[in-house]
Design a protein around this ligand. Structure first.
Ligand code: DQA
Length: 147
């Protein structure tokens, strides 16, 4: 059974109340539940976490090399600012996917650049909570050698 980690960055704990027109109605707990259901179907063990702290996120990314088979990360606002998170991602030699609920390419100019995206295998954005489900499917394919 593959073991994967989903990391959620700052302010994603507020989903369900925060800018619903952009991020949707689902709370992070609801997204966790849907993600766990999907993972179970694919015989994946999923750990799901959230942190508002850049250093905690870096430590979680570092834990992937030893403890997990793959990583999905929504770095939230750190996407656009954090070379430290990019470096942590580049140090991990496991399949990695960046996700966003919103389509960052149609928003403010400062959101159109992802610093962290060059540290992952691929990115999925703009599908709301479905970005999480699509990423679990993609990671599952990568873990099973694209089968
Ligand atoms: C986000 C997009 C980021 O620009 C923003 O800072 C977030 C959420 C998304 O999932 O759409 O907090 O990562």
């Amino acid at each position: 059974m593959h073991k994967i980690l989903i990391i959620n960055g700052p302010n994603l704990n507020l989903l369900g109340n925060r800018e619903k027109d952009i991020y949707g109605d689902q709370s992070l707990e609801e997204i966790e539940e849907i993600s766990k259901k999907k993972s179970k179907k694919l015989n994946i063990k999923l750990n799901f976490c959230q942190s508002n702290s850049e250093s905690e996120i870096i430590e979680l990314i570092q834990s992937v090399q030893k403890t997990y088979d793959g990583l999905i990360i929504n770095p939230a606002a750190y996407t656009h600012t954090s070379v430290a998170i990019l470096d942590a991602l580049r140090a991990i030699n496991k399949p990695k996917i960046e996700i966003h609920l919103s389509n960052i390419y149609v928003r403010e100019d400062y959101r159109k650049t992802s610093i962290t995206a060059s540290g992952v295998d691929g990115s999925i954005c703009g599908f709301g909570y479905l970005s999480y489900i699509l990423a679990i499917e993609a990671l599952n394919s990568l873990l099973n050698n694209n089968k």
